[in-house]
Design a protein around this ligand. Sequence first.
Ligand code: SF4
Length: 434
Amino acid sequence: MRVNLISPRSPVASVTKRDKAIQFSRLSLMTVAALFPPDAEIKLVNDSLDEIDFDEKLDMVGISTITSTAPRAYEIADEFRKRGITVIMGGIHPSVLPEEASIHADAVVIGEAEGVMDKLINDFKNKNLKKFYKSSERPDLTNLPLPRKDLLFGNKFYREMDLVQTTRGCPFGCDFCSVSDFFGHTYRTRPIPDVIKEIKLLRNRTVIFFVDDNIAGRPDYAKELFKALIPLKVRWFSQASVIFAKDRELLKLAARSGCKALFVGFESISRESLKQVGKNMNRVDEYRECIKRFHDSGIAVVGAFIFGFDSDDVSVFEQTVEFIERNKIELASFSILTPLPGTHLYREMEQQGRIFERNWEKYTCGEVVFKPKLMSVDALQNGYYWARKQISSYGSIFKRTFLPNRKSLLFFYINLIMRRSSRASLKKTEILRT
Ligand code: SF4
């Protein structure tokens, strides 16, 4: 059985090969690959880096897609199906809009693939494929087959960072986020010995990115995990909510176990905005102290901020950049609020008739697809560009990272690297828009 598992390219202008490879660095296809029988011949195809050979002799193609890559995923699927090759689709977008995806696929996997792949493969072999596959239960994360990382050997970007998952889901349910819906409003953890075993088998084990949406969704579990990581002497990065910093023991263990930076969803510096989208665990008045605690523990902060909430007016851009610089947040990531299908935000905006753009390619979180309340569409779009330019200016990088210690210096250099690709992609995006 010859199978290609394809990651469709993002519509976001990628500049360097590294940008493209990072977009591809999702663990999902490697996890799905591990669910095929051992005799299946599987290849991972990165549509951002590789030319897809539609005439390759294959039995099956699997495509995993998020919303912004769905149009490209459908294009790829249609090409293969024209040649009589069976196409299976999965991922967040097909899971929330299975009927739409089924127009382009022979079968759609709704939700997580574990628990349905055996049946799907059997049905395929017996020429009895069903339209939809959905597991009645959320998969138990005990003894999961290890993701097929061997399929990426030879890819030089793979050598730079190892991806590992320790939990699935998030205990919170922010209105704009699809994580909780996709994982059935559960937060499941892998047994710590399974995680440690996987890490010990990694080729390099120098830098690990834990792809969890919220690595400390259960602080008791996270503390045990961090204790088990200490002897391994790894350096790691992950995503966490800002309340992570309120637990001093958690912070201390994270730092001791090799945590170098956390991607933290601040989302907004407006209490009103956070309330509107159900992000009630974030307390704006605690941000300053939380950032200081991260820094005091030697953990750099990659802050995520969203523009376009209903209480955001045009002052939000300058205020947010000023907040980031004042608190010396090492790296900042900006998004435009996007009503992704399947989220509460989508249902709400749909009801209010505010969504004006239905082309999923625009759902990159970098383009305005709805009518904002307190500013025009152009003001939101341009403010987002302004903030990105501002934060990647030498002045801002210097203010945030050029401190007399090595860790800041490291992020000074990371900012310089990211500045280049961010500026180039902005230039490309703006040219594409005119
Ligand atoms: S805390 Fe983060 S991962 Fe969890 S629901 Fe909110 S945005 Fe999503």
